[in-house]
Design a protein around this ligand. Structure first.
Ligand code: HEC
Length: 245
């Protein structure tokens, strides 16, 4: 018995540590996105950035304009005027302007649907990706990315962000990419740019799971219920058992 427990314990430790090694060996380190999906103003700004800068190439075909309006506290006119650039119906889903064939030809890759990207990639990955473009003259787009090597997507924020250069460090004789630095200022201050990207990532996180705020608040109610229920159950148990002793 003791032996079995020891073997189980050792296997568990081995599994956890190999998991950690794999996580650590995942390449470029991700920066924390620190997004707040309960911040309506941030989500509304993020929705605007998304529809202004991303919807031309990417779709979000699980997302309807009217649902976004409901969830983010916007009225129909606000959504139709500010977010719905194609003039589709209020109840329509968000579809890209560009056809898949065209993007394949122009960028060598089809821009994936972004409805669930925050769930497949995670918000930290998205934040690192969207702030991780840097100038690379070897690429046709003139840009490369710290976390998505040789990406086909052009840097849509090159004006706001300015020009970024990669920063390398020597590790055991090999050059390792450790970050980027602004070498030519863009139209936005770095903090302002950062806030815009956080708003955008918050919006992507919201569309990936529109009910997440509700789910979290429901979780708290469930815990409160369980706590109160425990009180009753305990009192009842005491009452039942008092005659047994
Ligand atoms: C000019 C077209 C274009 C625009 C505009 C654009 N993208 Fe892309 N995007 C692409 C292409 C093409 C790819 C595929 C790149 C590849 O596979 O090399 C891509 C890939 C991505 C990926 C990686 C997805 C994955 O999981 O592999 C993300 C995330 C992304 N884009 C987000 C955005 C966001 C957010 C915006 C708006 C700020 C945006 N894109 C604007 C063309 C575009």
């Amino acid at each position: 018995m003791k032996k079995t427990i020891l073997v189980l314990l050792l296997t568990t430790i081995a599994m956890i540590s190999s998991g950690l090694v794999m996580a650590a060996g995942g390449g470029y380190p991700k920066s924390p996105a620190n997004v707040d999906v309960d911040d309506m103003a941030s989500l509304q700004r993020g929705a605007k950035v998304f529809t202004d800068y991303c919807l031309s190439c990417h779709s979000a075909k699980f997302v309807r304009f009217n649902r976004v309006a409901d969830d983010l506290g916007m009225n129909e006119a606000e959504v139709m005027d500010n977010l719905n650039h194609l003039g589709v119906k209020f109840g329509s889903t968000m579809t890209a302007t560009m056809t898949e064939e065209y993007s394949k030809e122009a960028f060598g890759a089809v821009p994936p649907d972004l409805s669930l990207v925050a769930r497949s990639r995670g918000v930290d990955w998205l934040y690192t990706y969207l702030t991780g473009f840097y100038a690379d003259s070897a690429k046709t787009t003139g840009q490369n990315n710290v976390i998505f090597k040789d990406v086909g997507m052009p840097n849509v924020f090159w004006k706001q962000e300015g020009v970024k250069k990669p920063v390398y460090e020597e590790h055991d004789g090999t050059k390792v990419l450790v970050g980027v630095e602004v070498v030519e200022k863009g139209t936005m201050e770095p903090e302002e740019f950062d806030t815009m990207i956080r708003d955008l990532v918050a919006f992507l996180s919201y569309i990936g799971e529109p009910n997440q705020s509700y789910r979290k608040s429901l979780g708290i109610y469930v815990l409160v219920f369980l706590f109160i229920f425990f009180g009753f159950a305990y009192a009842m148990k005491k009452d039942y058992w008092k005659d047994v002793h």
